[in-house]
Design a protein around this ligand. Structure first.
Ligand code: CTP
Length: 394
């Protein structure tokens, strides 16, 4: 997973540039934020529009555009990693000798992050001593080379020089970013998303939770080595790549799913926005419009976090959430003690960029020893990292 990683993708003029579209799609799907720089020659092979659509960012091609200037220094500093794929024979030669005649080269020369290249060219060019020298030179600067593959080439010949397949490049990046895995051997459960309580066959009681925060936490726990079980309510988000995902709809189903796995868990992160009440009766036929008012009798659902707090063993860590609109700290601390959690993550709807519907969140964490941890507004992936770091500390 490349969740939260900032990747600067350089695309140069090679027939393999058509693969940059799939590569971009895979990087974004894997959670990376992708910005793309193309050389003029690359535009002959793949359209900037395709790449800007897939990366969800404007594609950069020129050092200056009318009255605006592409800040190559900041681009190089923005990225966690710069990937040049495909790297043509010509761009390789420029990288080896430090020629700065386009935006891509200016960014490369000023990049402070690691640079990785995936060369692509016909076999004869690939085997030329000049290419070999250039590659050695580029590697000696501390850049990484993703080896070319052997197979059918654009010339119709077969041999060495094909760019590594986009899947292999993403796998290479995955391995590169593999963090320390302090949670290796630990089992973690995460609840995420809303629950839907059926009123009749067409209506339900739900809430605005998307499941994005819980999925980010599940991904982060997995990246840190935990074996993750995700208990996920109704959501239209793309499912993450996790070994166990239990899909549920109602609070009762979420309760049953959590109870069935909690005993084996070392960590449980209860991020779901579970309905507190459910209709006493679920009508099997659609309720017809009749009088001016309607009353639906509701009954309390089981509080999953509270129940897990009652049955948890000393070696199990239980993390709850509190989404509040007022008296935030007081309510969060009340939940920490009343639900016997080890840690409560508070988000306040009063904070700009926090809560449902945002890609960002702002949290404060309280642990049961009385410690308070404050964080700034960040992307949900970065917030997930803060939460998991705090779990690891505990
Ligand atoms: N929670 C749960 N089961 C429920 C209700 C809540 O597991 N039936 C969990 C949530 O996943 C969250 C924590 O309890 O981790 C707090 O949820 P929240 O809705 O903020 O609090 P409530 O206890 O429901 O109290 P209130 O709605 O009055 O704030």
């Amino acid at each position: 997973m490349l969740t939260g990683k900032k990747i600067l993708l350089g695309v140069t003029g090679s027939i393999a540039a058509y693969k940059a579209a799939l590569l971009t799609r895979l990087l974004v799907k894997s959670g990376a934020e992708v910005k793309i720089i193309m050389t003029a020659a690359a535009k002959d092979f793949v359209s900037p529009l395709a790449l800007s659509t897939l990366s969800k960012n404007a594609v950069l091609t020129d050092l200056a555009n009318n009255d605006s200037w592409a800040n190559h220094v900041m681009l190089g500093r923005w990225a966690d990693l710069m990937l040049v794929a495909p790297l043509s024979c010509n761009s390789l030669a420029k990288m080896a000798s430090g020629i700065c005649d386009n935006l891509l080269m200016a960014v490369y020369l000023s990049a402070t992050c690691k640079v990785v290249v995936a060369p692509a060219m016909d076999e004869d060019m690939w085997l030329h001593p000049a290419t070999k020298n250039n590659l050695q030179q580029v590697a000696s600067f501390g850049n990484f080379i993703i080896p070319v593959e052997s197979g059918e080439l654009a010339s119709g010949l077969s041999g060495e020089g094909r760019m590594a397949e986009p899947e292999s490049i993403v796998k290479w990046l995955d391995d590169y970013f593999l963090p320390d895995q302090p949670l290796k051997g630990k089992k973690a459960m995460v609840t995420a998303g809303p629950t839907y309580e059926q009123i009749d066959p067409v209506r339900f009681i739900g809430n605005h939770s998307s499941g994005r925060m819980g999925i980010a936490i599940a991904n982060e726990l997995r990246m840190r080595g935990a074996e993750v079980t995700l208990v996920l309510g109704p959501t239209t988000l793309e499912l993450p790549e996790l070994p166990v995902i239990i899909r549920v709809k109602t609070a009762a189903e979420m309760y049953a799913a959590c109870i069935s796995v909690f005993d084996k868990m070392d960590i449980a992160v209860m991020n779901a926005a579970v309905a507190d009440y459910t209709p006493v009766e679920k009508q099997t036929e659609k309720i017809k419009k009749t009088g001016d008012n309607i009353t639906i009798a509701l009954t309390k659902t089981k509080d999953i976090l509270k129940y897990l707090g009652e049955i948890k063993k000393n070696n199990q860590l239980l993390i709850g959430f509190a989404l509040e609109t007022n008296n935030e700290e007081t309510y969060a601390l009340k939940k920490l003690t009343e639900k016997n959690a080890d840690m409560i993550v508070l988000n306040s709807l009063n904070d700009e960029g926090a809560g449902f519907g945002y890609d960002t969140n702002k949290i404060t964490i309280f642990d049961k020893s009385g410690k308070k941890y404050c964080f700034d507004t960040k992307s949900k992936a970065a917030v997930a990292r803060d939460i998991v770091n705090t779990i690891i500390q505990l």
